[in-house]
Design a protein around this ligand. Structure first.
Ligand code: GLU
Length: 486
């Protein structure tokens, strides 16, 4: 069987971090079997449309470097196109496709026309809730004769079409959760064609999954209660059933559902906070699922090869930001220098074409978790901040000693051959050699040197700073320190 997976977002304006998890599972499953991964836009709820939402969603795919095989695409001129041959991939462009299925359900008695007004439905619901019953359509229109239906339609009365849920039980095997069953008596006679003539989500999803030959429907666990309606529709229409897998929710650390109030929910906000796309993908793919017990960092190809739906935990997955920070740091450390520059540039106004800053990036990445943290650290490499000269004096030393050490180390630095500056370890060896051969204390030399170079009480090591700043700038800074202290 060819695996065809799909993500079917409603265009709400952004990609939810939980959607990314489902996207990745779809992606791995499709790639693993040489199948296809499809993007379909579910915009049948016209009231919820957001301008530019599809473009922004596709942009997120691009930023994450995630490819899909079929679906809407952003063209070079910024407009939308499509790829794939079972489209269109946007439901509002497929409206004509749904109606024949609704007609078939009507003809077979599996659906009926309902004229109940929204006022009546509100009243009915309120009465049911007051009587502690499950709110559900009471089937007032389920027994209308064909004649009556025709008469009322001809008179221009507004109507919807509802599916007629049969008696009995609906069961399916969820690929993550195992068997799930529902008593059909608890399932509402769902509207399949709305009064504006649009198919509802439930009919559209079933027809589209069939016409697009979707083999695996992966989606968030909040859709579980929709599944009985959809399997009943498949059954009534005689369509092959896809495999269903409901992916657990992502939770706040206090185990509540991840919400905008308590943390970020959109993928874009994580990118804007300086998480690398690859790190975010690694993190989200292994949340509540780890293919190997003793490994955390995985290449995309490895995750694809190892992915196993049945190993995904059924429990909600906690969004552990400390772990994401740790993982992002691991990815930052692995980035080739050229990629690091490209990744950091959008997060600083400084021009990273500067060789000093490029070396500073290599040093400072040791101490950051996110790309946004670089901006603050880079400033000191471009320009010394105004610092209090008193901090040049090490706590176990004196001003006189600091002045003497600065003067001597300045001579040492000026005499170093230029090629010492190509390597941090050569600089370290040279400075240490000077300290030991003169029987000096590390702190007496290294403290004032480091402060002179960085202007900061906390900074990278003096050797790293010498390397990043180079001989000339290092000497200038040591000289400035000497002058400001004397
Ligand atoms: N359109 C639904 C959503 O916005 C997706 C439901 C499904 O995948 O079947 O999340």
């Amino acid at each position: 069987m060819i695996t065809r997976t799909r993500i079917a977002p409603s265009p709400t304006g952004y990609m939810h971090i939980g959607t990314l998890r489902t996207v990745m599972f779809d992606y791995y499953l499709a790639r693993q079997t040489g199948g296809q991964f499809i993007v379909r836009i579910e915009d049948t709820d016209q009231a919820r449309l957001v301008e530019g939402a599809v473009e922004s969603l596709l942009n997120t795919f691009k930023k994450l470097d995630l490819d899909y095989d079929e679906g809407p695409v952003l063209l070079a001129d910024g407009t939308l196109g499509e790829k794939g041959d079972v489209g269109p991939y946007t439901q509002s462009k497929r409206l004509d496709l749904y109606r024949p299925y609704a007609d078939r359900l009507l003809a077979d008695g599996n659906a009926y026309v309902c004229f109940c007004t929204s006022e009546r439905l509100v009243e009915m619901r309120a009465a049911q809730v007051a009587a502690k019953q499950n709110p559900k359509y009471d089937r007032r229109c389920a027994g209308l004769s064909l004649d009556e239906v025709k008469k009322r339609q001809a008179a221009g009365e507004k109507f919807v079409i509802r599916m007629r849920i049969p008696e009995g039980e609906s069961k399916f095997i969820d690929a993550i959760r195992g068997e799930i069953s529902f008593n059909n008596a608890d399932v509402d006679d769902q509207v399949i064609i709305k009064s504006d003539g649009f198919a509802s989500y439930h009919l559209a999803v079933v027809v589209d999954d069939y016409l697009m030959k979707i083999s695996h429907v992966l989606r968030g666990e909040e859709w579980i209660s929709s599944t009985p309606k959809q399997i009943i529709l498949h059954d009534m229409l005689g369509l092959p059933m896809p495999v269903y897998a409901h992916v657990p929710l992502i939770l706040n650390p206090d185990k509540t559902k991840l919400s905008k109030r308590k943390g970020d929910v959109s993928v874009e906000s994580y990118l804007a906070k300086g998480y690398l796309p690859a790190a975010l993908i690694n993190f989200i793919s292994t949340l509540g699922y780890n293919p190997k017990a003793d490994q955390e960092i995985y290449e995309r190809a490895e995750l694809t090869e190892l992915f196993d739906l049945s190993k995904v935990s059924r429990a909600g997955a906690v969004m552990n930001i400390e772990k994401l920070d740790w993982m992002n740091h691991q990815y930052l450390m692995k980035l080739p220098a050229a990629d690091l520059i490209l990744a950091v540039q959008p997060f600083t106004t400084l021009d990273l074409a500067s060789p000093v800053l490029q070396r500073a990036l290599i040093i400072e990445r040791e101490r950051v978790s996110r790309l946004t943290e670089f901006a603050d650290k880079l400033g000191a490499y471009v320009e010394l901040g105004g610092y209090d000269p008193a901090i040049l004096v090490w706590k176990k030393s004196s001003k006189e000693d600091a002045l003497e050490q600065l003067q001597n180390i300045s001579t040492v630095i000026s005499q170093l051959p230029a090629d010492t500056f190509v390597d941090i370890s050569l600089l370290e060896a040279a400075v240490k050699e000077y300290i030991s051969s003169n029987a000096l204390q590390n702190g007496n030399v290294l403290w004032p040197l480091r402060i002179a170079l960085s202007g900061l009480e906390k900074s990278a090591s003096p050797y790293e700073l010498l390397w990043a700043l180079g001989q000339e700038e290092s000497l200038r800074r040591v000289q400035l320190a000497f002058e400001s202290l004397s």
